[in-house]
Design a protein around this ligand. Structure first.
Ligand SMILES: [Zn+2]
Length: 377
């Protein structure tokens, strides 16, 4: 009897909840398919396509960059119609599609919320470098990044058991899980008695203790230009438009017809028209890097599908696609994630002036922290 009464109470309770809880709705984790477009997604889900056609050119470029295998969260009603959808655009921003009480949809770009943790560790190698880093941190990408950072100064095969590694880094976390890419702030690898250091400056470029660049494989600026009209950002609040923006590259403004050159040696894997980017070239380089050159006026057809050298002529500056004036949009990606090209191309010779003074303060602070960890070990 008591059991039946309890069941009835429970059922009434659940019914009353139904109107505004997930009881009757379903949250779905959707993996963004290779080559999938926002337009196709809207169409498939019976969401008006005008949401796409009413976007401005910057938002259109941003949604063109949705990464294959991104995890989207979709809330559906009992009839499988979308109530809300969250689609990541990069590590900082997501597209939020929402249905209101009148069954009409709206779409906006919103920040992704996450925590940033400061982390550090010291290890004495007792296996292969990458295995030791992964077993200490659980982060495979961190081991890859460290090897990239130090590959010009250290032969990883020659590291010995007992050599020491100290790393200070920032790790993003979201819903309790690792999120996005980690950012190394300072790292030291001690091989025998010699200590190799690298430190990040404010922009995230790595230099040795003296503010010199150790990575000699830096990319070059792909063209002559009058001015940089837009820099790289994953998230910027636009106070006039009152919306979030991202810009996955650097814009170099100059006259139409200016020669565009390969920023680094590689293979031309795309030469054609690409949505809002207009006439576009993509070059694949060693180490998981790709460069993208957009809004071109024309191509140097001789290099179509070919291997090119650093600085080789590939095309001409223009204003094709969604563009407000002649400029080169230059994008750089690492493992299909857009990164700031300035990290790889500027300051090749090293830091100077105020930037250097600021950097040396970072060096002093973190050398102290590294020493302290070594003493404690
Ligand atoms: Zn641009």
């Amino acid at each position: 009897m008591i059991l039946i009464r309890w069941l009835i109470i429970s059922l009434v309770f659940l019914q009353s909840l139904q109107a505004y809880t997930l009881y009757d709705n379903r949250v779905e984790d959707k993996i963004w398919k290779s080559g999938e477009t926002l337009l196709a997604f809207l169409q498939e889900n019976l969401i008006p396509m005008k949401l796409y056609y009413e976007m401005d050119s910057e938002d259109e470029k941003l949604v063109g960059d949705i990464r294959f295998a991104s995890v989207c969260h979709i809330l559906r009603d009992a009839d499988y119609n979308v109530i809300q959808a969250l689609i990541p655009l990069n590590e900082e921003l997501q597209l939020h599609i929402i249905r209101d009480n009148n069954n009409s949809y709206s779409m906006s770009v919103e920040p992704i919320l996450y925590q940033v943790e400061d982390k550090s560790f010291l290890i004495s190698l007792d296996d292969v470098f990458s295995k030791d880093i992964v077993s200490k941190t659980g982060n495979f990408l961190l081991s890859v990044e460290l090897e990239q950072m130090f590959k010009k100064s250290i032969s990883f095969r020659k590291l010995r058991l007992g050599d020491k590694v100290v790393v200070f880094y920032e790790q993003k976390r979201r819903s309790g899980k690792f999120y996005g890419t980690q950012k190394v702030v300072a790292a030291m690898i001690q091989k025998g008695s010699k200590k190799h250091y690298l430190f990040a400056d404010k922009d995230g470029s790595y230099f040795d203790s003296f503010g010199k660049k150790t990575d000699t494989s830096s990319f070059i600026t792909p063209c002559r230009y009058k001015r940089v009209s837009s820099r790289f950002t994953n998230k910027r609040w636009h106070p006039i438009l009152k919306k979030y923006r991202a810009h996955h590259g650097i814009d170099y403004a100059g006259p139409t017809g200016t020669k565009i050159n390969a920023a680094y040696a590689g293979k031309v894997i795309f030469m054609g028209t690409k949505g809002g980017y207009g006439k576009t070239i993509i070059i694949r380089h060693a180490g998981g890097y790709k460069t993208l050159y957009a809004h071109l006026n024309g191509f140097n057809n001789a290099v179509r599908g070919a291997r090119v050298k650093t600085g080789q002529h590939i095309g001409y500056m223009g204003s094709t696609g969604r563009s407000t004036g002649p400029h080169l949009h230059f994008g750089l990606s690492l493992n299909d994630r857009w990164i700031n090209p300035e990290i790889k191309i500027v300051l090749k010779s090293g830091l100077s002036g105020a930037k250097k003074r600021e950097f040396l303060k970072i060096v002093k602070e973190y050398k102290g922290k590294i020493e302290k960890l070594l003493e404690e070990s």
